[in-house]
Design a protein around this ligand. Structure first.
Ligand SMILES: [Ca+2]
Length: 194
């Protein structure tokens, strides 16, 4: 009985400290009704059951970055499976474009071999089956840093718009400072499909 109570108390403490951490890290984590408990109970439930590939659409998972494909795409391992992840809200130059190497290297420097947190917006995958996510390495918000450095442009991928205004402002700042790929004016063609 004592053991049971001790276990229960530990669980309650961990649950509430976990919620506090998540709220602190992701102020937008509450639902439209301001209720965090539906999220917390989903998280709890998902931690308790064996994950299946179809469950990658949970709000946040931790994964290892195996390979950097280019500036805005990586291959990760999550739950023993390899998955491709496309960063949302940003776009970096393609293989045949100026600044491709620099943008890819910037991404390598940020995430390769690191453990990352994957955070979804509204969509789970794109039409190629890639996971659509924001990436964090500790407190570093990778999507945001790529735009700040001038290695990525801000792109609105509806309905995943949570950070679009922030990214757009940071892109303007990077452009004005002629940082990264802005030296090549690569993002000035109005093409959002890069
Ligand atoms: Ca791209």
């Amino acid at each position: 009985m004592k053991l049971f109570i001790a276990g229960l108390a530990t669980g309650v403490i961990l649950t509430f400290s976990g919620i506090a951490f998540l709220e602190n890290t992701y102020p937008s984590i509450r639902g439209a009704d301001g209720n965090i408990f539906s999220f917390a109970s989903n998280l709890y439930k998902s931690e308790r059951t064996a994950p299946k590939p179809s469950e990658y659409n949970r709000d946040t998972v931790t994964a290892n970055v195996l390979r950097v494909v280019d500036g805005d795409t990586v291959d990760i391992e999550v739950y023993g499976e390899r998955q491709r992840v496309r960063y949302i809200g940003v776009n970096t130059p393609e293989r045949n474009e100026p600044c491709y190497e620099q943008a890819t290297q910037a991404n390598i420097d940020l995430v390769l071999g690191k453990t990352v947190r994957l955070v979804r917006d509204k969509s789970d995958t794109d039409r190629y089956g890639r996971l659509l996510r924001y990436l964090f390495v500790d407190e570093i918000f990778v999507n945001k840093v790529l735009v700040e450095q001038g290695h990525a442009e801000a792109v609105l991928y509806n309905p995943d718009e949570q950070y679009y205004n922030l990214f757009r402002d940071l892109e303007v700042a990077a452009k004005n400072a002629r940082l990264g790929c802005h030296l090549y004016d690569i993002f000035e063609d109005g093409n959002p499909k890069r």
